[in-house]
Ligand binder design. Structure first.
Ligand code: ATP
Length: 857
């Protein structure tokens, strides 16, 4: 019999458990037996496969083949050294890829969900992967279902099963036994399945299957998604194809002209193939992935957890940040600052009516130490009443006026009511937003006054709550309670503040200099919202404040005309956030949007960067988000944007660095015959420079700090090419310059009877070292930036320099690399002429700053 056909009691017996769950020790036993409640990941490639994969590159295979053939017919030294270089290159690639994979793995661990489960009869929170069959768990709106469950108790439970069944409308769940054989998961209404999302209500459920035995586990092989390709990678792949064809063309021409000049086939072939291997930027897409993954690791250290890799590169393009107020901009620590009791006929001789409201109309509990626990607004109210009353008085209050019913708070009504027994009568208490209370007061003058005075308080940034109530002679059935919210007497109001987080003001001003518009979206009163927005610098005179109601009345077109002037949205329903995102996107903006609730999921998905809260956020919102803030703090978003800009800048830098060198080699080898020079570089020289000496400095460029102006320039257009802003020109002209310097060296050295080939080889390698130091910044000179400010790079440059000297001066290297030890004059000449490139790029910075200043925001 299937689980859905059985009674919970029978299943308890079958799983040897009960409503109160398992004991901790039994759960541990079962965890050993059943394994963790996790979907098996795609089998990890073992390290050696990852290593071998570095060779699967088509051009590398051709090169290896060419080397082997030339070894068989001619010289074995070449073959061996080429193979050694290929191995070195593979080691570098492997280490990088391995590091990147590790970084992504540790990010995954951070996103693991938690579940509330009964163990030893107590409700505790455990990582979802520790659940075992027989556990009894609770679900509430916003949770992700942690395992396959037979539902025991359900209260208005709705589950979004689209991840499993494709059905996008949430399903109403129940707990009764179902008939019928072989029902589809979608029809098993008394079951909840791992990976689906609770959108409404709550429930308890018995875990009947975990990990790969769950429904989703059975089809998990279908779900193993490949990591999404980022826009940058896509562009790079397309570009890579085009450039490969061009380079192959050039190499073919070189080969043909070599043959035409009557050179031997094999050496020319090896040279052409080596050049192709060196110059084709095949590794770039992979390098970009690695840079992004490592960037994601760094972002996590800054408390921004990346869920979707493309977010790392697109962070730098954000033009709008739409943020919640409470908890994100503010500390979510409310304190009552003023109370105003309205003197109505007192109900109690001991307490004012407002005190009754404050003391009774809430869901706060006192913990063991007598500290109030609950929702922050209500905690503030109870903290206040505990200042006015002794704790015995406070307890008396609850005992003398026992609660017999309630209409819970919801954010569309913006109020809540409770019912209390007083002798043989009933006291109804109601609290809520001022406008939500004034609309249900008996006395219309009082209503008007409340409205007015609340506005004054709100203008000071206070959240105002109003209290009202009435005496009922009898309590009607529950269905009619909502209808009792009318004709109330006014009891008073309280104002409370939730101070902004200290660091937020700075973050907002940083946003603005970075060309990013911060916008507040809140359920709070427009005046309160505006005052706080003004205090943190989001709102200034002239900006619009739009309420949810006003937004509802605007046509899409009218809204689109205003959307860029609005900096505060107040009294907004979560569903309306989607409209805000869409309107901004239509205007061509790249919007980040924060959210924490179930209803925020659509807007988080639609936003260019959906940002969920790590602490207060629901699983549902985290699932939908691209980025999770581990500290729920607005300034973390800004820090992430800065880091995103830095990561992107550094990617541009290493692309610039690598491609310039490739260009230089092509120019050098391509032009030499036309100048009547002998072939300037041997295949091993090219491979050595590209695959070894270029590699270390390129990696170290990723450690470059953010540019000084990283947060002072406008966001990068998301579709902007990697070669924009002069990068393309740089690659071409610096490549040509480097080739010019190299060819001049060849000419001069031949003329002087120097060891010209070793010099040509060294000048090219040294030029690249100078180039990498200059390319560290787009506009800041090296001396301003500080020679020592990127230590890994300095180390890489130092190591590479030593390697090059080794190749020149170690006797056993000479026959391998066909080098000869240079005398001092030759070495100094090579070093000095290589510095030309460094200085030229520094001058380029000056020209750029002088004639092409960055648009300041
Ligand atoms: P934000 O969007 O900034 O986080 P919020 O989430 O607090 O604001 P809601 O929770 O939707 O906004 O609350 C809307 C309004 O309802 C509040 O401004 C307040 O006036 C009122 N309110 C909030 N909590 C309660 C409560 N427990 N009882 C009665 N009224 C409340």
């Amino acid at each position: 019999m299937a689980f859905y056909q059985q009674l919970p009691e029978d299943l308890f017996a079958k799983f040897e458990t009960s409503k109160n769950g398992l004991t901790q020790s039994e759960a541990q036993e079962r965890l050993k037996k059943f394994g963790p409640n996790a979907l098996q990941e795609k089998k990890k490639k073992p390290a050696w496969v990852l290593f071998l994969a570095q060779f699967k590159d088509f051009m590398i295979l051709i090169l290896a083949a060419a080397a082997v053939i030339s070894g068989i017919v001619g010289d074995l030294t070449d073959t061996i050294i080429i193979l050694v270089i290929l191995v070195l290159n593979a080691v570098l690639g492997f280490v990088q890829e391995y590091r990147a994979e590790k970084a992504m793995d540790s990010l995954k661990k951070l996103t693991e969900t938690q579940t509330k489960v009964f163990r030893d009869g107590q409700l505790i929170t455990v990582p979802s992967r520790d659940l075992v069959p027989g556990d009894v768990v609770t679900l509430e709106a916003g949770n992700m279902v942690p395992a396959d469950l037979r539902l025991i108790d359900t209260f208005s439970l709705k589950i979004d099963e689209s991840s499993l069944t494709g059905e996008s409308v949430p399903i109403d769940k129940q707990n009764g036994v179902l008939e019928g054989e072989n029902l589809n998961p979608g029809d098993q209404l008394n079951m909840a399945f791992k990976g689906t999302l609770v959108t409404n209500g709550r429930a308890n459920g018995l875990v009947v299957a975990t990990g790969m035995s769950t429904e989703i586990g059975k089809i998990a092989s279908l779900l193993q998604e490949n990591p999404p390709v980022t826009p940058l990678q896509q562009r790079m792949q397309r570009f890579g194809k085009v450039i490969s064809v061009i380079i192959l063309g050039i190499c073919a021409v070189l080969f043909a002209s070599g043959i035409a000049r009557g050179e031997e086939i094999l050496p020319v072939l090896l040279l052409s193939v080596s050049l192709a291997v060196a110059a084709i930027p095949e590794a770039l897409p992979a390098l970009i992935t690695i840079a992004l993954s490592l960037g994601a690791g760094r972002l996590a250290k800054k408390k921004a957890l990346v869920r979707k890799l493309p977010a790392v590169e697109s962070l730098g393009s954000v033009t709008y940040i739409c943020t919640d107020k409470t908890g994100t901009l503010t500390q979510n620590k409310m304190t009552v600052t003023e109370t105003e009791a309205f003197h109505q006929a007192p109900i109690s001789s001991e307490f004012s009516n407002l005190q009754l409201g404050l003391g009774l109309c809430h869901d706060v509990h006192l913990d063991k130490k007598g500290r109030p626990e609950g929702e922050s607004t209500e905690v503030a109210l109870v903290e206040r009443i505990l200042q006015e009353l002794t704790s015995t008085q406070y307890q008396n209050l609850a005992e003398n006026y026992p609660r017999v019913g309630e209409v819970p708070f919801d954010s569309s009504r913006k109020r809540m009511s409770t019912f209390h027994q007083v002798g043989n009568q009933f006291l109804m208490l109601c609290k809520g937003a001022p406008e939500a209370i004034s609309s249900i007061l008996k006395d219309k003058d009082q209503a008007r006054q409340l409205h007015q005075s609340a506005e004054d308080w709100a203008n000071r940034g206070e959240r105002v709550l109003a209290f009202a109530g009435k005496i009922l002679s009898n309590l009607p059935p529950e269905a009619d309670w909502l209808g009792l919210e009318s004709d109330l007497d006014f009891y008073g109001k309280v104002g409370m503040i939730d101070p902004p987080r200290e660091e937020v003001k700075l973050a907002i001003s940083e946003c603005k200099t970075a060309g990013i518009h911060p916008v507040m979206i809140t359920g709070d009163h427009p005046a309160t919202a505006r005052a706080i927005a003004e205090a943190v610098g989001i709102w200034k005179k002239g900006d619009l404040v739009l309420t949810g109601a006003e937004l509802g009345n605007l046509s899409d077109e009218a809204f689109s005309q205003q959307v860029e002037q609005v900096t505060v949205y107040a009294r907004v329903a979560p569903e309306q956030k989607l409209r805000i995102v869409q309107a901004l996107q239509q205007k061509g903006h790249f919007a980040a949007m924060t959210g924490d609730g179930v209803n925020d999921a659509p807007s988080l998905k639609a936003a260019n960067i959906g940002v969920a809260m790590g602490i207060a956020g629901t699983d549902v919102s985290k699932e939908a988000a691209h980025l999770i803030l581990l500290d729920d703090n607005f300034s973390t978003i800004v820090r992430a944007v800065k880091e995103g800009r830095r990561i992107y800048d550094n990617i541009v830098k290493f692309v610039k660095y690598i491609m310039t060198c490739n260009g230089a080699e092509i120019w050098t080898i391509g032009l030499a015959p036309f100048l009547g020079f002998p072939n300037p570089l041997l295949p091993i020289h090219i491979l050595w420079i590209n695959l070894v000496t270029d590699g270390l400095p390129a990696l170290a460029l990723a450690s470059e700090r953010a540019e000084k102006d990283a947060m002072k320039r406008p966001p990068r257009p998301p579709k902007q090419s990697l070669f924009a802003n002069g990068v393309g020109y740089h690659i071409i002209w610096v490549g040509m310059l480097m080739a010019g310097v190299t060819l001049f060296t060849q000419y001069w050295a031949i003329k002087n009877g120097w060891h010209w080939q070793t010099m040509v080889f060294s000048v090219l390698a040294f030029s690249q070292l100078g180039h990498v130091l200059a390319v560290r910044s787009d506009r800041t000179f090296l001396f301003q930036q500080g020679f020592l400010s990127n230590k890994p790079l300095l180390l890489a440059v130092g190591a590479t320099f030593m390697l090059q000297l080794g190749v020149i001066y170690l006797p056993f290297m000479n026959p391998i690399f066909r080098t000869e030890p240079l005398d001092l004059e030759e070495l100094l000449f090579s070093g000095a002429i290589a510095l030309v490139v460094f200085h030229a790029v520094e001058v380029e910075k000056w020209v750029r700053s002088r004639f092409f200043p960055v648009k300041k925001t």
